[in-house]
Ligand binder design. Structure first.
Ligand code: DX5
Ligand code: ZN
Length: 221
């Protein structure tokens, strides 16, 4: 693994009545990225939150990387809005942009890390075609829209194929995996070539969040 492992807890499963405290808790436990699952009830059948939550956490003093996963269509206006609100990374689904190269360039113009998100049915050719602009790939190991779903086993082979593609192009991009990642499968996900792990319910549904994060990091060590 070229990149050091990062746990990216998804706030989708956090207690929104005290989001600032929840985010600080997982950062203190050792999480470097805070994963934002942004849903518009158009691209996916669910509705979550907008750039104001990103801005509120920045005002609250959160300095950790905010990793924005856009499950929205169209994407370009939201790229602008989240970048201005303090996002660190922005990823989007290629099916949701009419001009993928332009949308990726827009993310980089705002000095954010740029990522493409691959659904279970999305071919990895999108990654190959845009690899020069990519800082990371977000592989969906569930179909997008909801937390707490079961990990789709065929994701392991997809992670291996994308890691091989990155090495073939000599691009040490981060490979993040999102959906159903738990303590009992994270080692298998890492061994396939992932280095970044979105964990929503596995962390926020736990009584002791810090224990789960620390156990995940020790498995990956
Ligand atoms: C789906 C979301 C989820 C979530 C992770 O659109 O992207 O994958 O963040 O949820 P868990 O870790 O609970 O499966
Ligand atoms: Zn996500």
């Amino acid at each position: 693994m070229n990149n050091h492992p990062i746990i990216a807890p998804s706030i989708l499963s956090a207690n929104f009545a005290k989001l600032g405290d929840e985010v600080n808790e997982v950062i203190s436990a050792g999480c470097e990225w805070i994963h934002f699952d942004v849903m518009d009830n158009h691209y996916v059948p669910n509705l979550t939150f907008g750039p104001m939550i990103c801005e509120a956490l920045r005002k609250h003093g959160v300095t950790a990387a905010i990793d924005v996963h856009l499950m929205v269509e169209p994407v370009d206006h939201m790229i602008e809005q989240f970048a201005q609100a303090g996002a660190s990374n922005i990823s989007f689904h290629p099916e949701a942009s009419k001009h993928i190269h332009r949308s990726l360039s827009l993310i980089k113009q705002h000095e954010c890390l740029a990522g493409l998100v691959l659904n279970p049915g999305t071919p990895i050719s999108y990654v190959e075609e845009n690899i020069e602009l990519l800082d990371f790939v977000l592989i969906m190991s569930v179909n997008p829209g909801f937390g707490g779903q079961a990990f789709i086993p065929s994701s392991i082979d997809k992670i291996k194929r994308i890691r091989a593609l990155a090495e073939q192009h000599n691009k040490p991009i981060r490979i993040s995996v999102d959906g159903g990642v738990k303590l009992n499968n994270i080692k298998q996900v890492a061994d396939a070539g992932a280095d970044t792990f979105v964990m929503g319910s596995a962390v926020f549904d736990a009584a002791d969040r810090a224990k789960v994060v620390k156990e995940a990091l020790s498995i990956l060590d």
